[in-house]
Design a protein. Structure first.
Length: 202
């Protein structure tokens, strides 16, 4: 209801701006998925969106910013995934979390995920995984649950486990970008995360 009230307060110009931003973003993700980030031009994006090139820069600084926008909004996916995991069982919880979130993340398209992976090496100034990020907070809660259950050793700090699980997730995501078999990201992710989670368990 609150969202509906806020929506009603938008002026016509504000609503049009949101629609234009959404149209540019949708066009950008489509073109990047088709052509790859390096082969995509701003003109490609604005032509697909049906807007002037100048309109792109009203909402995004660069095509790389479109990819970062996708990454930053992924926390909404992780938050929803966390709400759906079982109440107990460390391995089951982290595997379910990884599977559900990667199923949604994969919908962005392999081209976008490849582009995002490349930004790891291009944007050294950007902190991709700060401890306050929702993804990390969700994983910390799952790990703490594992420690409380006695499945994980309390001799190690929570972030020790989070970092190893995160390494498995990011690594799997990267390898999926090179996969030629047509495997689903969620299948690869759940298998790898389960392997690491069981290896960390007592």
């Amino acid at each position: 209801m609150e969202a509906e009230v806020k929506q009603k307060k938008l002026t016509k110009r504000q609503q049009q701006a949101l629609e234009t931003e959404a149209r540019i973003y949708k066009a950008a993700t489509e073109v990047i998925n088709e052509k790859g980030l390096n082969n995509t031009s701003i003109e490609d994006i604005t032509t697909r969106a049906g807007v002037a090139q100048g309109s792109f820069y009203t909402y995004f600084k660069s095509k790389e910013d479109v990819v970062l926008y996708t990454f930053q909004n992924a926390d909404n996916v992780y938050e929803r995934a966390f709400e759906k995991i079982p109440a107990k069982g460390f391995v089951e919880r982290i595997v379910t979390f990884a599977k559900i979130s990667s199923q949604e993340y994969e919908k962005n398209g392999k081209g976008i995920i490849k582009a995002f992976t490349s930004l790891y090496f291009m944007r050294e100034d950007f902190d991709f995984y700060p401890e306050g990020r929702i993804l990390i907070c969700c994983m910390k809660k799952i790990v703490q649950g594992g420690i409380d259950e006695g499945v994980l050793s309390e001799d190690q700090p929570v972030m020790f486990y989070v970092n190893r699980l995160l390494t498995a997730m990011v690594g799997t995501e990267t390898m999926w970008c090179f996969d030629k078999t047509g495997a689903a990201l969620s299948d690869m992710m759940s298998k790898e995360v389960e392997l690491v989670a069981r290896g960390l368990s007592l």
